[in-house]
Structure formats: C-alpha cells, structure tokens
Design a protein around this ligand. Structure first.
Ligand SMILES: Cc1cc2nc3c(=O)[nH]c(=O)nc-3n(C[C@H](O)[C@H](O)[C@H](O)COP(=O)(O)O)c2cc1C
Length: 347
C-alpha cells in the first residue's frame, strides 16, 4: 500500500474524477468508494443547497470516504459590450442567458461550499482552476481534511504543494473535460501525461496522481512506472451505469474514437476536451475569439440545456478524453474497477 492509498484508506488507487455538469452523481461516487476507490462529487455549477443534498445522499449510500471538488474562482476579464453582442448573435438561445453574476458572487459561492464541506464531515476536498485561498486551506486542515490540487505543469504542481495540497492530480492533455490550468505559460500548456508524470514526481514530495486518457490496467501500470501513486479517470466512469451521463452522451462515447475529440473554448471560454460535434464544426472559425470563462459558458448554457432536453448531441458539450475508443459498452463501476486493478495485483 503506497502513501496515497494510506492517506485516504483506499484498497484501490483509483479516483473517480469529479465531473461537474451531472455525471458525478451520489450513486456513482458511492459505488466507487464502496469498491475501494475514492468517489467524487463535483460542486461546479451546483447550488450550495444541491451540494448539501448530494453529500447527504452519498453518505446514505456509503460509509467509506468520498471527496467534494470545488472550482477556484478566477479573475474575470473585462469584455466589450460589442463582443458580447456579437456572440449573442451567433449562439442560439443566448438572449435568454442570465449575465449578471460577478467575481464577488463566485467567491461567496466558493466559501458557502467550503462551509458545507467543513460542516459535513467530508474529509477529502479537491480543487481545480487554481490554488485555493490560504484561509480556506487553514480551516479545512483544522478539520483534518486531505486536500487535492490539480496541475497541468510542474510549476503548478510545485506551487500547489507549497500552498498546502497533500496530493497533486497531474492532468495530461489527453484528459476529457476542462483543463485545470491556472498559470501562464510561454509555450503550449497541453503537456502529455507520459511527459508530465515523471517530471512532476521529481519536483514534489507529495503523492502524484495521473489523469488523462487512462482506461485500463495498462494505463494504471504505466502511470505507476512513471512515478504516480494513483490514477484519476473521468471518461471511463462516464460510461458506467451508475453515472448521470445521458443516454445520448453515452452512445456518443461508445461510438467515438481517439481522433474524434479536440480541445475547444467554444462552449465555456476555457479549453476543454470533448467529442467534435456540429456546433464545434460550425463555429470552428471563431475558436480563438471565444469570450473568456465563464461568460462563454453562460451564453451557451440555454443552447446546451435545450439540446440535452431534445437529446440532440450536436449542440451539447460532450466532454471526453483521448482514451475513449476503449468505451465499447456501458459497464458497471465494479467491472471497471476490477479491470483497472485486478484482484491480487500489487502495484
Ligand atoms: C465530463 C467531465 C467533467 C469534468 N469535470 C471536472 C470537474 O468538475 N472538476 C475537476 O477537477 N475535473 C473535472 N474533469 C476532469 C477530470 O478530473 C480528469 O482530469 C479527466 O477526466 C481525466 O481524463 P479522462 O477523462 O481521459 O479520464 C471533468 C472531466 C470530464 C470528462
């Protein structure tokens, strides 16, 4: 048993990625924790009340540990009225989007969720899109909460360790969903996992967890060989029966190949990897001109919601990693966990 598994009392070194937007349901998180991994709730886009309810529901389904993931709020960029209007003309249904939230509201929401974690007895809390503020880290540590940060580069990993994170998830460019990146880089920040794991493991002393494109025991073994102490999988769990992924999204995952995804800012303003669909193709020309996060996200929300209601995958965000060809059918958490870490395998 390695340090990471000991820290979280796991029998399998597997984290189910927190996946905001619906897939990371209490039944999914609980099933993963019940099979010896770390199940995750994703608080991004949830109201504090819904998060509280999900924590209670998960507790009913498992007595094992699970984590809550939070988005660290970012500085909002100023955007001209003209640019917003240009996008409103391009995005179907965007006129009905509510635009009024600001950075202060983001922070209020963040601290409300931190309070919920503090009062819920949840002992693992993870972050993406940045370094959590000192006061939040201090309060969580006072309650013996284990803290997990997300890094896409060695510099981010080092900073997260310095700021008190106990575990670092390194997210390779293969990963599905949003990039957790938060530091400016001179060149491309899309570092592949095979390059990222050993370099991060050489520069931090806390356990490094590998995320991005991992789908089976070979990905787990490779991650360990490169210096990781655990793996975090998103896409593979999306295809599980217990996830909240819609039927049409699951079908797209089952049909997709490794070359069907790309990083895009068109849905949210922040780079995220998803299956290419009609909306992405139609607006490809505007890719470099997307509004900053979360403005683009707010404007595309009514379109995405409507597409979800209609079961139309062509205007939904279909977040997905490059390991997706391995998703050939819907599985159960138990089947997935057993094939990731077969019984008797010592890592
Ligand atoms: C649908 C989806 C939603 C995601 N939402 C979050 C999130 O809310 N917080 C987070 O830290 N990571 C999120 N991620 C990224 C995952 O934590 C992880 O880095 C990624 O899924 C790993 O790559 P894989 O999908 O190829 O396994 C999301 C990923 C997906 C696929």
């Amino acid at each position: 048993m390695n340090e990471f598994m000991k820290l979280l009392s796991l029998s399998k070194p597997v984290i189910q990625a927190p996946m905001a937007g619906g897939p990371a349901t209490p039944p999914l998180a609980a099933a993963v924790s019940n099979y010896g991994g770390l199940g995750s709730l994703a608080s991004g886009y949830l109201t504090p009340e819904t998060l509280k309810r999900q924590i209670e529901e998960t507790k009913q389904l498992t007595s094992a540990q699970f984590q809550v993931n939070l988005f660290v709020p970012e500085k909002r960029e100023k955007v001209s009225r003209k640019k917003i209007e240009d996008w409103q003309n391009k995005i179907p249904l965007s006129q009905s989007a509510e635009l009024e939230t600001d950075e202060e509201q983001d922070w209020n929401d963040f601290y409300e969720k931190i309070d919920i974690v503090l009062n819920s007895g949840v002992k693992v809390c993870s972050f993406t899109f940045g370094v959590p503020p000192v006061d939040a880290v201090k309060e969580l540590k006072k309650r013996d909460c284990c803290l997990i940060g997300t890094a896409v580069s060695v510099d981010e990993a080092v900073l997260l360790e310095e700021k008190g994170m106990d575990i670092i998830v390194v997210q390779g460019s293969e990963a599905g969903g949003h990039r957790g990146a938060f530091l400016h880089t001179k060149g491309e920040a899309a570092v592949g996992l095979i390059a990222l794991i050993p370099q991060a493991a050489d520069h931090v002393s806390v356990p490094v967890i590998a995320a991005g494109g991992i789908y089976d025991k070979r990905g787990v073994a490779a991650s360990f060989a490169l210096g990781a102490q655990g793996v975090q999988l998103g896409t593979a769990f999306l295809a599980c029966m217990e996830s909240g992924t819609s039927a049409v999204y699951k079908q797209k995952l089952i049909e997709a190949a490794e070359t069907d995804t790309r990083l895009t800012r068109l849905f949210s303003g922040k780079p995220a990897r998803g299956i290419v669909n009609q909306w992405m193709e139609d607006r490809r020309i505007d890719e470099d001109n997307a509004l900053p996060y979360p403005l683009q996200n707010t404007l595309t929300k009514p379109m995405r919601k409507q597409a979800q209601l209609e079961g139309n995958p062509e205007s939904m965000s279909l977040w997905c990693g490059q390991g997706v060809r391995a998703a050939t059918k819907q599985t159960t958490v138990k089947e997935l966990m057993d094939q990731l870490v077969p019984a008797g395998v010592i890592l």
